[in-house]
Structure formats: structure tokens, C-alpha cells
Design a protein around this ligand. Structure first.
Ligand code: PMV
Length: 355
């Protein structure tokens, strides 16, 4: 097979309702114009060769050839955070082999990404959706977008143990989705200009400790588990917080429909307060949000799972800027954040052939 296929997908930002969505409450998420692309082509040697470049934080190249007698189909060495991306690629290949019987007669996979890792921007789901879509197209496996989304969600759950459908839905469909009780609904809402800031650094003590490093790779899982414990301790208080979050998402969708950005920003600030209340806002993310609010942002909040101080406070914030934007961005950069201007509502999965 001499053809070349490229699948590209967007990153996601959860605008409202993260964590509370785990308990069935409404969340609103959007695709942003930061994309991850997987190119698939043939190579002479059998097996899969994977090259990952450009992901903010690392570049890596490795062979996923089977070794004779190996129980695990694709053994790989531990490359710190890189294994996180590799785990999703490897699991996607194994899943496609088992589910659709795709071959491994010499495949080159090249992944290029502008989505930072472990930042709550959906890099894992993006890797799964793009890898699965590209390989299905390459091997001529028929199916629609919904099937790709389901495949990717199965892989994400297998690697992480649990995953809500938000990220894979956004990577597949793009635009906006709301999720309630696990049900995904695609929404048509206007584009927004936002600022995303990713901050934090993984402490050396974690990088050097294999057990802690693998916990770090499952950061979302750990944070979700901590929230669950807190919820069990403060059941009735959590009930109120959950209902408040649900109402915030409903009002936010309405504010977007009416292009009421002042209200939208105020709702982001309230949502951030609830995330702080459930303990997922580490100091560095808290500072970024406070600073944005002080410098005139209409709204600012943690997005995604948030972070934990003991895991270096790694995570992201999303800001609906007022004016002036440049001063705010510079201040965020001085605070050590990777700052990105993003547009919401980006297109979903795109497949290109013959380039
Ligand atoms: O930070 P992320 O992209 O892993 O987002 C997690 C969002 C949660 O609501 C905390 C968990 C989930 O599965 O929805």
C-alpha cells in the first residue's frame, strides 16, 4: 500500500462543568484551533514505526515491533511523559487489530501536535481519535464518525481506567458539545476568542520515582478519585455544589446564545469558585486566575481536571479576556505560563489523502 493518509483533530477546552459532569451534571466543552495530526504511510520493514514530534515538551521516535515470544504485542521502554502518548498509540493499534483485524505489514506513523501534554486540553483523546481514524482509513475499514468516536473512547478508557465522553466527542466532531448523564449533544454556538494558559512543572522528585511518575501520567484519575472522597465526606454540601454547577452551565449556554459576554465571564468566575471548593485548584493556577480577573478579564477559570500542588500544580486556565489583552498575556507569561490565543468551535476530524 503506497498511499499516505493524514488525520487531524482539535484540542478541547471544557468551558463549564468539569468534575461535576462525572456525577451526571451538565458540562459544556469546545474544540480549539490547536490540532494534532497523525500521518500513516507504508514502510518496507514489518511492524509499526512511530515518530512523535512537536508535542510541546518532547520529541521521540521508536519501533513498536513485536519481539518473538512477547506476551505484550508492543513492548516499549519508559520514556517518562512520552510513554503516555505512546500508550494511547499502542492501545489504539492493538484495539484495531482485535476489533477490525487490521494488519501490521509495515506502517509508519508520524504524529505532530500543538497540544501540550497533561494540561487538560485533551491530548490523550486527540491521539486516540486521530490514530484510529488514520489507520481505519489506511486499512479501508468502513464506519462513520460515531464509530470512530466510540472506538477512541474504548481505547481511552482502557488506558486510563475511566474517561468521560467529552474529549473524544470534541476531537471527533469539533464545534461545541454539551454532556449530561453521559449523553453527548452537539451544539451550534458562536466562536469565542479565549486565552489558555498552561502552567506548572513536574517536580524532579516525581520524574525520578517510577511509581510517582506513572501516577502523574494518570493525573486526571487521581484528582477525580480525590474529589470522590471529598464528595463522600461532605455529601449534602456536594449536592448543592453539583446543582449550582448544573445551573451555571445552563445559564452559560443561554448567555452564549445571547452573546452576553459579561454574564458569560461572571459565570466562569463562579464556576472557578466551585472548582476551588472541591479542591482541584493548586496555588499556581489560582494565581493565574486571580491575576487575570484583576487585569480586566471578563472571566477566568481552571479548565479540565485542574491540578494538585503535590503534582507540581500542572494544569490549565481558560480566560475570556476583556481589554487590554496584551498586558494580561505578558503578565501570564511572566508568571511562567505557556500562553495561547485560541478560537473556539474549531472543526472536528479532517482526513486528507494523497498529499
Ligand atoms: O483535564 P482533563 O482533560 O483530563 O479533563 C478531565 C475532566 C473531568 O471532568 C475532571 C473528568 C472527566 O472524565 O470528565
Amino acid at each position: 500500500m503506497a498511499k499516505k493518509i493524514r488525520a487531524s483533530v482539535p484540542a478541547k477546552v471544557i468551558l463549564f462543568g468539569e468534575h461535576f459532569v462525572v456525577y451526571g451534571k451538565r458540562a459544556l466543552a469546545t474544540a480549539i484551533n490547536r490540532r494534532l495530526a497523525v500521518a500513516v504511510s507504508s514502510r518496507e520493514k514489518a511492524g509499526y514505526h512511530v515518530k512523535i514530534e512537536n508535542i510541546p515538551t518532547f520529541g521521540i521516535e521508536l519501533d513498536l515491533d513485536r519481539k518473538k515470544g512477547d506476551k505484550k504485542a508492543y513492548p516499549y521502554t519508559d520514556f517518562g511523559t512520552a510513554t503516555k502518548a505512546i500508550a494511547y498509540v499502542r492501545e489504539s493499534i492493538e484495539y484495531l487489530e482485535q476489533t477490525y483485524g487490521i494488519g501490521s505489514e509495515g506502517v509508519e506513523l508520524e504524529i505532530k501536535s500543538a497540544i501540550p501534554l497533561s494540561a487538560g486540553l485533551g491530548s490523550s483523546a486527540a491521539t486516540c481519535v486521530a490514530t484510529i481514524a488514520a489507520l481505519k482509513e489506511y486499512f479501508g475499514v468502513s464506519g462513520d464518525l460515531d464509530a470512530i468516536r466510540d472506538d477512541a473512547h474504548s481505547v481511552e478508557k482502557k488506558v486510563q481506567g475511566a474517561a468521560s465522553p467529552v474529549d473524544t466527542a470534541i476531537s471527533t466532531y469539533g464545534g461545541y458539545v454539551s454532556v449530561e448523564n453521559g449523553k453527548v449533544t452537539r451544539l451550534h454556538l458562536a466562536e469565542l476568542d479565549l486565552i489558555v494558559g498552561c502552567v506548572g512543572s513536574i517536580p524532579l522528585s516525581i520524574c525520578q520515582d517510577t511509581k510517582k511518575a506513572s501516577e502523574m501520567r494518570l493525573k486526571t484519575k487521581k484528582i477525580v478519585a480525590e474529589v470522590k472522597t471529598r464528595k463522600e465526606t461532605f455529601t449534602r454540601i456536594f449536592d448543592s455544589i453539583l446543582n449550582a454547577s448544573d445551573e451555571i452551565t445552563v445559564q452559560a449556554i443561554r448567555a452564549m446564545e445571547h452573546t452576553d459576554f459579561v454574564k458569560l465571564g461572571a459565570l466562569m468566575n463562579i464556576n472557578h469558585g466551585l472548582l476551588d471548593a472541591i479542591g482541584v485548584v493548586p496555588r499556581r493556577l489560582s494565581e493565574l486566575v486571580k491575576m487575570s480577573q484583576e487585569l480586566g478579564a471578563l472571566g477566568a477559570k481552571v479548565t479540565g481536571a485542574g491540578g494538585l500542588d503535590e503534582l507540581g500544580g500542572v494544569g490549565s486556565v481558560v480566560v475570556l479576556p476583556g481589554e487590554p489583552v496584551e498586558r494580561l498575556k505578558t503578565a501570564m507569561e511572566i508568571a511562567g505560563a505557556l500562553v495561547m490565543d485560541v478560537k473556539t468551535g474549531d472543526a472536528g476530524l479532517r482526513i486528507e489523502t494523497g498529499f
